[in-house]
Design a protein around this ligand. Structure first.
Ligand code: 4AD
Ligand code: MG
Length: 431
């Protein structure tokens, strides 16, 4: 019976004859015994091959195997307290599928080297666990929106105008004309507010980020919901429910995977049960300064300021109502206080930083044209977007969640690059 490692561990197939296909995780030969550890997509399993229990071809294959050689093994499942998972396979047959060459990744290699061989490093237990967790996080996000009646839309990636300011646009030569890789799908998501009501986009966004930090990528996955008739408070309520939903699912259904990634599930418990604090920008600036930071009114929070604000925090923190001049052109003015906009950032606990940016949108034509002019944008570059305000416009809100930022926090990763298989940064777009 061909099975996999996860089934052996889950179904406790002790005493049964099984066959497994996988890769050599570790191997050591001692006299007439090979102690191997096989990995497959579901886990790792100890294998013992005894020279006098197998034919000479099996013995040769087993003892000649490199780390990462692929092979099939047949044998009996036996209990072994010392083995990972508590079981081992006592081999009766060992057949190499591809021996390959000696694997270039051994212990104690530099981060840069591991990034050069990222395509091979993806086989490591560390990256396998993170990629599984990322898969579940994205699935739970989709599940949340599905249950709430959202439609998923497909945006274009090549666009004519920026959404988040000119400085981080990647230019593309589009058949001799200037175009850009999308910075955000928000404007395209807004199109569907007027037909489908509640929509989201999950797509890559591109930012020509010239700085090297532990939370910026030049290409990241961006989840962007947009909802008709939501004001900015309903927008925040939705963000909070979404984050609680995903975190609860991970804690309750994937605790072992969280632990394997370096996150203690209990540390996320408060996020599930406690309301997220909502703090106005002006209060947040005072708070930062009270904690030893040096911020002036009208500055945005950098990594240091975000770390001060969320030091010791158990749950994410909303910062709301930023000054108009430091935020994007589409954010609606606060009618009570026109220097400010009806927006929010959501900061993850203990310095993981901003995971969401959202706002109520300017939904009336004249107001949007006026703001564009204030921000020195050309209304003619945004004709189609302005059209949305010319025909039966309605109030609406939306937000953008960085998938890798969310993963970095939920999985407690040191660096955002490990939340994505092939990170694109200022000095790397290989492999
Ligand atoms: O705050 P940002 O720039 O907002 C927008 O793009 C809006 N148009 C979103 C919207 O309302 N639909 O980006 C949103 C989120 C950030 O909070 C962060 O999580 C992530 O996108 N993000 C990045 N993630 C990785 N690398 C980068 N360089 C990122 N820039 C933004
Ligand atoms: Mg932002």
């Amino acid at each position: 019976m061909i099975t996999n490692i996860g089934s052996i561990l889950a179904e406790k197939l002790e005493g049964k004859e099984v066959a497994l296909r996988g890769w050599m995780h570790r191997t050591r030969t001692s006299g007439s015994m090979v102690f191997a550890v096989m990995r497959d997509p579901t886990g790792i399993m100890q294998i013992t091959v005894k020279k006098d229990k197998v034919d000479s071809k099996s013995w040769k294959d087993a003892s000649d195997s490199y780390v990462e050689s692929s092979f099939t093994v047949r044998g009996k499942v036996a209990k072994d307290e010392r083995a990972p998972g508590g079981y081992e396979i006592q081999a009766s047959d060992f057949t190499t599928i591809s021996r390959g060459e000696p694997f270039p990744i051994a212990k104690d290699l530099s981060e840069e080297f591991l990034l050069d061989v990222r395509h091979l490093w993806m086989r490591s237990q560390k990256m396998t666990n993170i990629m599984k967790a990322r898969h579940h996080i994205v699935n739970y996000l989709r599940e949340f929106f599905e249950e709430d009646g959202f439609y998923e839309m497909a945006p274009p990636i090549i666009t004519r105008s920026g959404c988040e300011g000119g400085s981080t646009l990647f230019e593309v030569d589009y058949f001799g004309e200037k175009a850009y890789l999308t910075q955000s799908s928000q404007m395209y998501a807004e199109v569907f507010v007027f037909s489908l009501g509640k929509v989201y986009v999950l797509a890559p966004s591109f930012r020509a980020e010239k700085s090297r930090t532990i939370r910026h990528l030049a290409e990241y996955w961006h989840l962007e919901p947009e909802m008709a008739f939501y004001d900015y408070k309903m927008n925040m309520d939705l963000q909070e429910s979404m984050v609680k939903y995903v975190v609860k699912k991970m804690v309750e259904e994937k605790p072992d995977l969280l632990k394997a990634c370096g996150r203690e599930p209990e540390d996320l418990r408060a996020t599930i049960v406690k309301p997220f604090e909502r703090m106005e920008y002006e209060v947040a600036v005072e708070e930062v300064n009270g904690l030893g930071g040096k911020m002036e009114f009208g500055q945005d929070f950098g990594a240091d300021e975000e770390a001060l604000l969320t030091k010791g925090a158990e749950t994410p923190l909303f910062v709301t109502r930023f000054p108009k001049e430091i935020k994007a052109f589409y954010m609606k003015e606060d009618p009570q206080n026109p220097e400010f906009v009806l927006n929010n950032d959501l900061l993850a606990p203990v310095g993981h930083g901003e995971i969401i940016g959202g706002s109520e949108r300017i939904w009336q034509y004249d107001e949007l044209v006026a703001r564009m002019k204030e921000q020195k944008l050309e209304p003619k570059d945004y004709q189609w977007y302005l059209d949305l305000r010319r025909y039966g416009s309605v109030p609406h809100s939306g937000y953008g969640l960085g998938i890798e930022r969310l993963c970095k926090w939920v999985l407690n990763l040191e660096h955002i690059r490990d939340a994505i298989p092939f990170p694109r940064t200022i000095n790397r777009c290989y492999p």
